[in-house]
Design a protein around this ligand. Structure first.
Ligand code: HEC
Ligand code: HEC
Length: 360
């Protein structure tokens, strides 16, 4: 394993990686210079979606993780959460953020690597997530510094029982607690305005008015964190190698992957807009390389989809994967279906109006 959480969520890249689609285990380098690896280590597939930023995800309101919401709090489930691992999910996780941290190490494309490369990759390839977590826990508690920190952090763990009782839940809760603290960002001009500490400048006031008024942005980007925590189809151009849907398995049906309901096809979670100027690339697959292009997409989504300039897709070159990246986009039927699912109405805003939004 040679990939850390920070490979894709790097503090110097706004807690993302600066790429449209992340390159996981096997890749080399960091940020925009990351490549798809060499020799036997070369990646077998791209990560299908953009690495989102990690700001403010520890907020109580944030009970749903991932662009398609496949991790969410559900008190009716014995573990307290719905997740792709269903009943295999261990209990004792304290927040959806901790639940999320259980998953990257079980994914071949993100952290585990390919079968045959190591024992964790083998367990992941066999679908035995419980074994992945067990193997990783024993690696972590074999490192004296981590061993001591776990004992200090958890009253139920001591030197006597750490080898039998520590689980990946302890590690995931610690990662979640770290993310919630380190990436809390609530000191923007917007926060300070809400706390009555400052007045908006004239242009900020203008942006706020458009955002909550005729721009109609806050009908979805609502509340303190600018999200309704719901899912909508915006028709962001499909780039990359997809999530196994549609033509050659290269499309990504978004929320439908979780609910199995075709009415949810192409829907993705409304993202929070905190620090949005710093957290490019934009859209669930990073298709847009400027914030303006992303906002403009909302204003006239069908036009923007049909006139997408593929050269902005920041994808690490790979001789096998690169030819696949634009297949769905260039397939007329797939694109028509995507355009047909769009749920957002065009809005008339001038380029000046768009610039006013940078208050979050
Ligand atoms: C290879 C790149 C990669 C690595 C390594 C990686 N992530 Fe991610 N992360 C992603 C991508 C891509 C997504 C979005 C996936 C999706 O929504 O389908 C994501 C999603 C998330 C989310 C959900 C954010 C949200 O807004 O819903 C969190 C939290 C997160 N990662 C934390 C972590 C942690 C903690 C680790 C290490 C244990 C980690 N990531 C390792 C790429 C990566
Ligand atoms: C119908 C609900 C809806 C409305 C109205 C809406 N958005 Fe969005 N917005 C979304 C969804 C859903 C996404 C994620 C789409 C995706 O990635 O597929 C998104 C993504 C974004 C992003 C990209 C964030 C990121 O981190 O990648 C920005 C910026 C944004 N919206 C700004 C705006 C602005 C400004 C307005 C008003 C002009 C607006 N939105 C109106 C639902 C909406």
């Amino acid at each position: 394993m040679n990939t850390s959480c920070a490979t894709c969520h790097h503090p110097l890249a706004g807690t993302g990686d600066g790429l449209a689609l992340s390159v996981g285990e096997g890749g080399g380098g960091l940020g925009v210079t990351r490549d798809t690896g060499t020799g036997n280590d070369t990646i077998h597939d791209r990560v299908p979606r953009n690495a989102p930023h990690l700001f403010n995800l520890g907020a109580k309101q944030f009970i749903t993780m991932f662009h398609d919401g496949r991790v969410t709090a559900n008190p009716a489930h014995p573990s307290g959460f719905d997740s792709p691992d269903g009943d295999n999910l261990l209990s004792g996780l304290d927040h959806s953020l901790a639940v999320q941290a259980m998953f990257p190490p079980t994914s071949a494309t993100e952290m585990a690597g390919q079968a045959g490369e190591n024992s964790v990759a083998d367990a992941a390839a066999a679908g035995d997530v419980v074994e992945v977590w067990r193997l990783l826990t024993s690696r972590v508690i074999a490192i004296p510094e981590y061993r001591d920190l776990i004992i200090q952090a958890y009253p139920d763990i001591s030197e006597n029982n750490i080898d039998t009782d520590a689980t990946f839940v302890h590690i995931a809760n610690a990662i979640g607690a770290f993310e919630a603290t380190a990436f809390r960002a609530d000191n923007s001009p917007y926060d300070r305005y809400l706390r009555g500490e400052i007045q908006f400048s004239q242009s900020q006031r203008m942006g706020y008015k458009i955002f909550t008024g005729y721009g109609n942005c806050s009908s979805c980007h609502s509340g303190l964190l600018q999200t309704d925590y719901d899912f909508h189809a915006l028709g962001i151009p499909q780039i990359g190698t997809g999530k196994g849907d549609g033509i050659n398995g290269l499309d990504d049906f978004g929320r439908e992957q979780v609910t199995g309901d075709s009415a949810d096809r192409y829907r993705f979670r409304t993202p929070t807009l905190r620090n949005v100027a710093l957290t490019g690339l934009w859209g669930h697959n990073g298709a847009y390389d400027t914030l303006e292009a992303m906002v403009n997409h909302h204003l006239n989504p069908v036009d923007s989809l049909n006139n997408y300039d593929f050269s902005q897709a920041r994808l690490a070159y790979n001789i096998d994967l690169s030819p696949l990246d634009s297949i769905v986009y260039n397939d007329q039927d797939s694109r028509t279906a995507l355009a047909g699912a769009i749920e957002i109405s065009p809005v008339q805003l001038s380029p000046e109006d768009v610039r006013f939004f940078l208050i979050f």
